[in-house]
Write a protein that binds this ligand. Structure first.
Ligand SMILES: *Cc1c(COP(=O)(O)O)cnc(C)c1O
Ligand SMILES: [Zn+2]
Length: 417
């Protein structure tokens, strides 16, 4: 049985029992304002989640934090290796950029190759607990391909809404995992609203971001892992790419919970990175507003191409509470970050997956970070998911030759120094 006390509305603070009638958002406040927060019995968890017990725990997936996850029936957990992704220390870049330590967490190494698996793995258990026949989600691509992977292993039917522009590799994942794919002629934001309507009309279980309260719970495990992997010393700054804001707010909740449990002594500042052409949270934060103005997103980073961030209330709260910042980066800077991650860290990232790194580079250039800063950068999605995006980051093309060594010699001439 889970240690949930209740679900609580982020706006009116009304509470709902964990297995009561309210599944998604607060009926009084509605979606957007009425996102629910999962509140646990932290006194109980404090006894179960200790550094010693974790050291003895040989489950190297994100389920090692089960006491802090919203699962009623652990026997329904699917046997896939989610989480416990590597953290790389990069001393060369840290020195070059004048910070004390740089860490990069490679969350491309999850079953469907993005961080979204942390959330889907939790949501699928919730759907199985409820014994629903049909599940759905709207997604720019990664949440859907992740959801389809997990639900493929169940008897549930999966119906996915993606914008028509979703990268082919993500659509390939969806089709391969057996989902019914609805490509919406429109933006992600439009696909999201259509999916919400369909789910309500036909009673499907909905994994869409910020409608479903359990996704951030899965995503927060990235923060829990970071602290354990850094021996319970949280970084000073955590850079996260931001679309809807669910990873960002979820990770902040994870850090806060560890603090509340006495597992870390200091909280990090949360640095949210958006693409310039899709930066409603940056704008709201800079103008001191409590919510976003919707806009028409334009960026090559499809996973963060979001005009109306669904988790904006929690995300804006997280940046304020953590004394962090929201940063906008150009598509050019994202492409440069893809190259840096590939050549300096050894990670192939999709554009949204590299945006956080671009945010760090910009913060360094603007002198925002002190020289003693310990920095963590999240890499959220794999480059093979968006080959067209990655190809824009490359600076040269293959050399074609005849089957002839002299032709090789001739064509190689410009490349040899
Ligand atoms: C979903 C996603 C994000 C953004 O996450 P939000 O929770 O929407 O802010 C960033 N990077 C990748 C690769 C993603 O798939
Ligand atoms: Zn409410």
């Amino acid at each position: 049985m889970s240690h949930i006390v209740h679900l609580q509305c982020v706006s009116c603070e009304k509470t709902y029992p964990r297995d009561g009638g309210v599944e998604y958002t607060c009926p009084d406040c509605g979606p957007l304002h009425g996102t629910l927060e999962v509140i646990y019995d932290y006194d109980l968890i404090r006894r179960e989640l200790t550094p010693t017990k974790l050291k003895q725990n040989t489950n190297y997936t994100h389920w090692r934090y089960l006491p802090l996850l919203p699962i009623e029936k652990p026997e329904l957990i699917l046997p896939l290796a989610v989480g416990w992704t590597p953290v790389y220390r990069n001393s060369k870049l840290a020195e070059e950029w004048g910070i004390k330590e740089l860490f990069v967490k490679d969350d491309t190494r999850n079953p469907s190759a993005s961080l979204k698996d942390r959330a889907s793995s939790v949501a699928v258990v919730k759907a199985l607990e409820k014994q629903v026949p049909v599940v759905t989600a709207a997604s720019t691509g990664n949440a859907a391909s992740s959801w389809a992977l997990f639900t493929a292993l169940t008897d549930m039917q999966t119906i996915i809404f993606v914008p028509e522009t979703a990268p082919r590799a993500k659509v390939a994942q969806l089709l391969l995992f057996g989902a019914t794919v609805i490509q919406v002629k429109g933006t992600y934001d439009e696909a999201f609203d259509l999916c919400t309507q369909a789910a309500e009309k036909w009673g499907w279980y909905n994994r869409s971001t910020a409608i479903n309260p359990y996704l951030g719970e899965g995503k927060k495990t990235a923060a829990l892992e970071i602290c354990e992997q850094l021996e319970w010393k949280a970084p000073d700054y955590v850079f996260v790419s931001v679309g809807d804001g669910c990873i960002f707010q979820g990770m902040w909740k994870g850090f806060k919970e560890l603090y509340q449990l006495g597992l870390i002594e200091k909280l990090p500042r949360m640095m949210g990175v958006q693409a310039e052409g899709s930066a409603p949270l940056v704008q709201a934060w800079e103008e001191g507003r409590e919510e976003c103005r919707p806009l028409q997103p334009r960026t090559l980073a499809d996973s963060i191409s979001v005009g109306m961030p669904r988790d904006q209330i929690k995300a804006l709260r997280a940046v304020r509470e953590s004394d962090g910042q929201f940063i906008a980066v150009s598509d050019e800077a994202i492409l440069e970050a893809i190259r840096i991650l590939a050549r300096e860290v050894g990670i192939m990232a999709e554009p949204a997956g590299a945006a956080a790194m671009a945010g760090l580079k910009k913060s360094i250039a603007e002198g925002i970070l002190p020289s003693d800063a310990r920095v963590m950068v999240m890499v959220t999605g794999h480059g093979l998911k968006d080959i067209d995006g990655v190809m824009q980051a490359v600076t040269h093309q293959p050399v074609t030759v005849h089957n002839d060594l002299s032709d090789v010699q001739e064509k190689l001439e410009p490349f040899l120094s």
